[in-house]
Structures are given as C-alpha cells and as structure tokens.
Design a protein around this ligand. Structure first.
Ligand code: MG
Length: 454
C-alpha cells in the first residue's frame, strides 16, 4: 500500500525529516493551485518547528497567487472558526495535535469550518505527486498580513456559554496552543481558575501533548488537593479535552461522550448524534432510551463532521475527547466542549462524577496485530467473509470502516490502521470474561490470515 500524505486527521510526520520545508512549500502551492485568487488564513501551535513550516507553507501559497493572513499561535478550532469569520477561502493549521514534540503536521479547513474532505486531500496529493503546480507571474504575487483576531473567537465562546456558578477549575493546557486562551476564557466566564503547564513551549516540558491517565496524574492530584469541581486538560492544539472529576479520577471518555450526548438529546427532545465505529455502545444505550438516534461513521473527525452536516445532527464526537458542536462550527473544540460540560452540570445540578456515571460502563479492550502494509487490504477483504462465520451469534455486520460485528451482548471491530502496519481490534461486552473470549478468537483468526498472506 502506497504511503499517503494525508492520514485520518491531515498530514502528520516527523518535522524536518519527513515533513520538510520543501514539502510544506509544495503543499502551500498545491492549495493555491486548486483555486485562483484565494484568501488563506494560516495559524500554528507551539511546536519548535511550527514557525519554520508556517513560513514554508506561506511561501508556497504566495507563489500560487494566494493572499495570506497570519493569525499566529492559536488553537486549531480557533483557526477553523476564524477562517469562516474572516471570510477566508481556506484555513491552514500547522500542528501535530497530540503527537510527540518531534512531529508536526498540516491540517486544511474549508470556509465553512469543516476540514478538507478525503477527495480534496486526494486532489492536493495528486498535484504534489505529478508536479501539476500553477505558479503565478511576479506581478500577481500578493501580500501577507499579520492579524490578531482572537477576540472574535472569544466573543463566540462567550455568546455560546453563560455560567451562573463560580466553578473551581484546574486547567492543564500542557504548554500547547490553549495555554493563554483557555485560562482567559474561564476567568471571563466567572470561574475560579488554577492553571498548570500554561507557558507555551514546543518541548512540552510539563507533560506529553497527549492527555491520558499517565500524563494527567499531576492534574488529578491538584484537583484533589484544592477540592476543585473539575480538572480539564487539552491536547497540543486544543481540539480535544479530557476531564478529571471532583474526586480526582480521570473521567471515562466513552462515558462522558454518552452522558453529554444524552443530556443534549433530552434538552432537544430527540435528535441525531454522530460518533465513529470504535466508540462504546454506551452512547446508544443512553441516546436511544431518550428518543434520540446514533449515527456511526468511519474513524476520524473529518468523517464525523461530514456526517453531522449531512444528517443535521445536534452533536457529534469521538471518544478521544474531540467533540463537535454544529451550532457554533464544525471543528472539534476542546475549550468550548469543556465549558459546555460545565453548563450541562449546572443545568442538571450534578457533580461531574454523578453526571458521567449515568452512562453504563462496559468492558472494552483495544489491541493491535502486526500486518505488512502490502497485504493489509487483502486480509481485511478476507475477514469480511470469514469473521462472521466464527461467531454464530452475530446480529449485524457493518463494513463502513473495517468489519464491525454486533452481538446481543457486545461488539467486535477489526480495522486497518491508517498510519502504521497494524490491524486494530476493539472488543466491547458486558463483562471482562466475555470481552476477552471474543478478543482471543478474533486475534487468532486475524493472525492466521496475516500469516497466510504475508
Ligand atoms: Mg488535536
């Protein structure tokens, strides 16, 4: 399988090794080649290589005849929102999100705040591969301007959320793109805020850019020590959020997604909620019981956003903490999501732990089997037929992203990794024993098929 430039969430590679300034110039030029006389908004996260790549992308955009507005260091959702608000045609975000510090990436947005679709990304790849660039003559090269328009994003969030209670909040931006803006917004909304890791720093000295159980231990401790209501952490570029409850416990990302979706469905008296095939079935348990509907997509926020738009959904999200609120824009937004969680707690009169525990907690296991890239597709094809025959109690088979089998008491998903030579297997069932039994059977079969084809 040929290594593609774009993955499930834009381009993400090791900076200055795979994602070089030379490649970034080509990406900028390809974006400008697609449409004439474009206005492009460009922003970046805190990574050490972000300035370097921003200059390179900008050079490419200018060479292709675009006008460039540089918005500086801002979170990804702010770039997406400002692309629309400032009337730009395209938004370019230089970020590798939650990847380690040596990575960087490029994510492209349309003027309606959705990220570039698979087809748009394929067209960019095609231009780069074939060298089909359209360079403009010297007298058609336009200007770069530097703008500070964060106030427009702040205004949007302030209009979206009004809080009554003076919440005691501990924030952990992790030295990423939300470092300044998140504490400022929580202050403005009347919260009592304590912040850790709030200095923008591309070495991420406080914790890794991925907010998980291990990296959020200091945050948990401080929430407990200060008797705070909630701890909130963001990933490197601020499109994801993870919460710590008032007891200092990391909240289950599947459960909070389901609980928040249920709260919205109840409030709206129905509605469609979008998530992807790998999320826990606790979202269906919650949403269906309240008269709502869950629509499942392929993994990746681009797919979730497209389905939200198409299905006119009231909400959508992935269990990594990337939530989309279509009333405001179509980019996952960590800061907005965390403030909306506080609003939900306020309206429901609940603590975070009580709110989240309303969603059932099932046993979920995620594993991966190694599989060479060149046989991945044929193994998956074979699995589509073979996998259901191994499980006599299959109720439903979905093939939107890999193979997903639904049983009476759980489900199994086998899908190809978009970035690594791996086949990912996820199993969820009502108890641990059943989950392990399904996982064991699935791994045995996948291993057998990989061996036969490798
Ligand atoms: Mg991110």
């Amino acid at each position: 399988m040929e290594q593609k430039l774009f993955g499930t969430s834009g381009i993400r590679k090791i900076a200055n090794v795979e994602l070089t300034p030379t490649l970034a110039v080509k990406i900028g030029l390809a974006v400008a080649t697609l449409a004439e006389r474009q206005k492009v908004a460009v922003a970046h996260d805190t990574r050490t290589t972000s300035d370097m790549l921003e200059h390179a992308v900008t050079a490419g955009l200018l060479a292709g005849g675009a006008t460039v507005q540089k918005l500086g260091l801002i979170p990804t959702p702010a770039l997406a929102y400002l692309t629309w608000k400032l009337g730009a045609d395209t938004g370019v975000m230089i970020t590798a999100s939650h990847n380690p510090p040596e990575y960087n990436g490029i994510k492209l947005f349309n003027k309606d705040t959705t990220s570039y679709s698979g087809e748009q990304q394929d067209r960019i790849e095609e231009i780069i591969k074939n060298g089909g660039f359209r360079r403009q003559p010297w007298d058609k090269i336009r200007k770069v301007s530097t703008l500070n328009r964060m106030s427009l994003y702040v205004e949007m969030v302030q209009n979206a959320v009004k809080l009554e209670k003076k919440w005691r909040v501990v924030l952990d931006p992790g030295c990423g793109a939300t470092s300044h803006i998140a504490p400022m917004l929580f202050h403005k909304l009347g919260c009592k805020v304590t912040v850790i890791n709030a200095q923008p720093d591309g070495f991420f000295p406080g914790r890794k850019p991925l907010p998980d159980a291990e990296s959020l231990q200091p945050l948990s401790k401080i929430v407990k020590q200060l008797h705070a209501d909630i701890g909130i952490a963001y990933d490197g570029d601020g499109d994801r959020m993870v919460t710590i409850d008032e007891k200092g416990m990391l909240t289950s990302l599947d459960q909070i997604l389901a609980a928040y979706a249920a709260y919205l469905v109840k409030k709206n008296k129905g509605g469609v909620v979008v998530t992807h095939v790998e999320a826990s079935a606790c979202i269906e348990s919650m949403v269906n019981s309240l008269g709502g509907k869950v629509f499942r997509t392929k993994v990746g926020d681009t797919n979730v956003a497209a389905a939200i738009k198409q299905k006119k959904a009231i909400f959508g999200g992935e269990p990594c903490g990337a939530w989309i609120h279509p009333q405001h824009h179509y980019c996952p937004d960590g800061i907005l999501s965390s403030l909306l969680v506080l609003k939900a707690l306020e309206e429901e009169g609940k603590t975070l732990s009580a709110f989240v525990s309303e969603a059932p907690r099932y046993a979920i296991i995620r594993k991966a089997v190694e599989c060479p890239d060149n046989v991945k597709v044929s193994v998956l094809k074979k699995l589509e037929d073979t996998l259901p025959t191994c499980f006599p109690d299959v109720e439903e088979k979905l093939t939107i992203d890999g193979v997903r089998l639904k049983f009476k008491d759980g489900w199994l998903l086998v899908r190809l990794s978009g970035t690594e030579p791996l086949i990912r297997i996820t199993v969820e069932a009502e108890n641990k024993e059943r989950t392990e039994e399904i996982m064991k059977k699935a791994i045995r079969l996948v291993n057998k098929l990989v061996k036969e084809r490798a």
